[in-house]
Design a protein. Structure first.
Length: 151
């Protein structure tokens, strides 16, 4: 009998901990929201390059670019090669922000960090930058700028 009570207390304690933790997580993992946030994002991707001792942002409307390595060999890069999760691979179009704005911005930062780590042959790119137009529950919000510097 004591083992059953202990099991029930442990089980429901873990359940409550998971729910509390889920509400604090940026992407609400394990957190329950009865009504989904009706928000949208539009992602504009750029790469920051150094040009004549100054830095410039080059837009990547389709997420593709060509770059030379230190030996002069040209390589093709594509955002969609690394980022395949919806809605993060959609650039320049307003899309539903599943699980809310904070969740998608958190995931987009992780995607930028991952993508920039996989550009070893791109000698000019210093960082990947995303400018995100936000709309939360139908109300336009701020443009959020996320950045991932090349290691």
């Amino acid at each position: 009998m004591l083992a059953r009570v202990g099991f029930v207390v442990l089980f429901f304690g873990l359940e409550l901990y998971g729910i509390a933790w889920g509400q604090r997580a940026p992407d609400k993992t394990l957190g329950f929201q009865m009504f989904n946030e009706s928000s949208r994002i539009t992602i504009h991707l750029f790469r920051e390059v150094e040009s004549k001792r100054r830095r410039a942002l080059l837009p990547l409307p389709d997420g593709r670019w060509l770059a030379r390595d230190r030996s002069g060999n040209e390589h093709a890069y594509a955002w969609n090669d690394r980022v395949r999760a919806a809605p993060l691979y959609v650039l320049g179009q307003s899309v539903h922000a599943r699980y809310g704005l904070s969740a998608q911005l958190f995931r987009l930062q992780a995607a930028l960090d991952d993508a920039v780590r996989h550009l070893p042959g791109d000698a000019r790119t210093r960082a990947l930058v995303a400018e995100v137009e936000t709309v939360r529950n139908g109300v336009p919000g701020p443009v959020v700028r996320l950045r991932a510097d090349k290691p």
